[in-house]
Design a protein around this ligand. Sequence first.
Ligand code: MG
Length: 156
Amino acid sequence: MRIGHGFDIHRFGPGDSVRLGGVTIPHSMGVIAHSDGDVLLHALMDALLGAAALGDIGQHFPPRDMRHAGADSRVLLREVAKLIAGRGFTVGNCDLMLVAEAPRIGPHREAICANIAADLGIARDRINVKATTAEGLGTLGRGEGLAAQAVVLLQE
Ligand code: MG
């Protein structure tokens, strides 16, 4: 078995929605990002690549590569899933944590999990998505952005 960890953070900017787990969630702000700024999927991809010792998403999808401008992170996640499968790995489980004062993802949790299950080709009961606030502390607590952490287990 292989374990992997991922982290991502993005700053809020002008806009009226954020993408989380491939779901567009209405919000009073958007996210400043080269891609769609989906911190949940970015953290997940880094965890998957980390567990397989395949580097990180910056290596596979360089931000300076204009093909990735505004990229749908679900497309990138499916590419990562192919890489992982090509190395003979299957995903045992993944656990994702959003850290943000807002928006709340509770109402969108099932849609997010369904997206991840479809993109990774695994059962819903191998995926957990949870969230916490930063209790008003620091940059995340001031609502300047949002962050995510992910842990995954791969099986050879
Ligand atoms: Mg990112």
